[in-house]
Design a protein around this ligand. Structure first.
Ligand code: 2RA
Length: 329
């Protein structure tokens, strides 16, 4: 497979190279792609050096697959151009996620909806992926009525500028700010920009993408997305109301038997998921599983996952693996 990684010098792009190598994805040729300012830079992959090329050059090299993590504007302009020459694009930006003809895929949930005709496939937002990974099997069994989610998102979701701001704050250096306020010793209820309804784009992604991936517009979702100074891994406190009652031990069994989900849940031994331990792993970790005693048919969960791996790079490459395994490329 001739594989282009578009946005190869970014945080997700770098993790994509790591995951492609770890999972031994069948690459015959790697095409590292970045903006003009990075063209010619050397990147290493599997012990070999590669020179970063421009988007136009990458198109002329006719990749079989293009893994994008280069922002919405680049995806809107260039994904169709790659698709036109027969390349299958898997895009990490939000540009195509809500497009009616574009599939929004978490392989463990809805990869079976993919076909050869899908030339632009959207990778969901990191905070959506980890939530639906845990909720999809429960929805199947108990039918979700409403989700209330509060996220505690790592600064790594914003990118290098945010990580630099935290480093500067810790070392007392004045520098460029990724946020309007300090992030050290702080929590910012402000991930992405505000929409007219008072929610941020990040919060509305959780609403809209969850309904699309679970293919059920009757599910009510409300979200509060908060940025916290952790270096890796998003955490989420999820309160989910079902149409029918449930049994907590059955919930644990269902989650334990869900590929890609790991239950870490024992209050006697202080066992619960934490981002510092989820960092660098591909699983979605679930704990603090308990009935919400304030209303019927409602459950509380704590969900943690590495936002750069299962939340972005690994999910993207799992989609590519599914396409290859099912001869859809
Ligand atoms: C964030 N999910 O965490 C968004 C984009 N990566 O900022």
């Amino acid at each position: 497979m001739k594989v282009a990684v578009v946005g190869v010098t970014g945080m997700v792009g770098e993790v994509m190279l790591e995951v492609l190598k770890e999972r031994n994805f069948p690459i015959t040729e790697l095409i590292p792609v970045a903006s003009e300012k990075s063209v010619g830079k050397s990147i290493s992959f599997k012990g070999k050096e590669f020179s970063v090329v421009s988007l136009a050059s990458a198109i002329s090299m006719k990749p079989d697959i293009a893994l994008f993590s280069a922002g919405g504007e680049t995806s809107l302009e260039w994904a169709p151009k790659f698709a036109e020459i027969g390349t299958t694009v898997i895009d990490n930006s939000s540009a195509w996620r809500m497009d009616l003809s574009t599939k929004l895929v978490v392989p463990e949930i809805n990869a079976n909806t993919l076909s050869k005709a899908d030339k632009i496939i959207a990778n969901p937002n990191c905070s959506t992926i980890q939530m639906v990974m845990a909720l999809a099997p429960l929805h199947k069994k108990y039918k979700i009525k409403r989700i209330v989610v509060s996220t505690y998102q790592s600064i790594s979701g914003t990118g290098m500028k945010a990580i630099k701001q935290l480093e500067n704050e810790l070392s007392g250096v004045k520098g460029e700010m990724a946020y309007p306020y300090p992030i050290h010793k702080n929590a910012l209820p402000h991930c992405d920009v505000f929409e007219d309804n008072g929610y941020t784009k990040e919060e509305m992604k959780l609403v809209r993408e969850t309904q699309k991936i679970l293919n059920d517009k009757t599910i009510s979702v409300t979200a509060t997305a908060v940025r916290i100074p952790t270096s890796g891994g998003h955490s989420e406190a999820v309160n989910v109301e079902f149409e029918s009652d449930f049994n907590v031990s059955e919930i644990r069994t269902i989650l334990n038997n869900t590929p890609g989900v790991v239950v870490q849940d024992n209050i006697d031994t202080n066992t619960y998921p934490m981002p510092i331990y989820a960092n660098g792993k591909d699983d979605v970790f679930v704990g603090r599983i308990r009935r919400d005693e304030s209303q019927p048919n409602t459950l509380n969960l704590w969900i943690v996952s590495d936002n750069l791996r299962k939340g972005a790079a690994t999910n993207t490459i799992q989609i590519a693996e599914y396409l290859v395994a099912n001869n859809l490329i």
